[in-house]
Ligand binder design. Structure first.
Ligand SMILES: Nc1ncnc2c1ncn2[C@@H]1O[C@H](COP(=O)(O)OP(=O)(O)OP(=O)(O)O)[C@@H](O)[C@H]1O
Ligand SMILES: [Mg+2]
Length: 253
């Protein structure tokens, strides 16, 4: 059984069947990519895994426990962290202050504004956040305004903020979207380093096939809300059904 099991999941938005009868198993310790054309249902599926959306049908379980009906922060505490399509950092805060927030959430199980004001003098949280920034190669940016950073650095910070919660499953929705090639390559290296340095499972939604083929050990192709094919990267490369699903979107750009 996989660390995450999705069984017969369906989700409808009004007249649109965004997901139908999705079955997916993510194997512990692997990097599993979910690819597919725009509108295939990739983000909808991810949102169903983290409590942002409730599927109409089916079940989702993590380490044998159902995630359905749980709030996003509860799912987070179960051991799943996620990076959404748009970076979610606090632009008004410094890089260090951003990093202290998940460190506090991990230790105390919750985050409140009151606790946040006490953070700045909380040695344990400061040390932990500094350690995480060093781990992310961002120690030199600790006092920078988070909003002033490049897209690549914002992503790096956001991924670090997820890791500060020590997840066993990290979900990434297009982590390299809108990035310059150099930032994309840095993100690939960062994810490889994360994978090699801790016991973690990674599920990544991605359009950039360079990223997919650099990282993934298993690939599921979604098209029109349903899995079209799943296989190893070697088998997926050049698969006729995959090219058909992408209809004009290059599978090797
Ligand atoms: N909250 C919503 N309300 C109505 N329709 C939605 C909602 N969220 C997504 N959809 C629709 O569901 C379908 C799947 O959307 P989704 O965002 O999951 O696709 P995606 O595969 O992530 O696409 P992209 O690659 O562009 O990010 C699309 O047709 C989208 O317009
Ligand atoms: Mg999406």
């Amino acid at each position: 059984m996989g660390i995450l099991e999705v069984k017969n999941v369906g989700k409808r938005f009004g007249g649109l069947q965004a997901l139908s009868d999705i079955n997916l198993s993510i194997t512990q310790g692997t990097v599993h990519a979910i690819i597919g054309p725009n509108g295939a249902g990739k983000s909808t599926l991810l949102n169903c895994l983290v409590g942002k959306l409730i599927p109409d049908t089916g079940s989702v379980s993590f380490e044998g426990k159902s995630v359905l009906g749980r709030k996003p922060h509860e799912i987070n505490q179960m051991g799943i962290s996620r990076v959404f399509q748009t970076p979610e950092i606090f632009g008004d805060l410094s890089v260090m202050e951003n990093m202290m927030i998940p460190c506090l959430a991990k230790r105390d199980g919750a985050f409140s504004l009151q606790a946040y004001h006490a953070l700045l003098s909380d040695r344990e949280i400061v040390d932990r956040a500094e350690h995480m920034l060093e781990d992310m190669n961002m120690a030199d940016k600790r006092n920078m305004h988070a909003a002033a950073m490049s897209r690549g650095d914002k992503r790096r910070l956001e991924i670090g903020m997820c890791l500060a919660q020590e997840p066993r499953l990290l979900l990434l929705d297009e982590p390299t979207a809108g990035m310059a090639r150099a930032d994309t390559n840095n993100t690939i290296d960062l994810l490889k380093q994360i994978k090699d340095s801790r016991p973690i499972t990674i599920a990544i939604i991605e359009h950039d096939m360079h990223v997919v083929f650099s990282l993934a050990e298993w690939i599921t192709v979604l098209a029109q809300g349903t899995p079209l094919v799943e296989d190893t990267p070697d088998k997926i490369k050049g698969h006729p059904k995959v090219r058909e699903a992408y209809l004009g979107e290059s599978a090797e750009h």
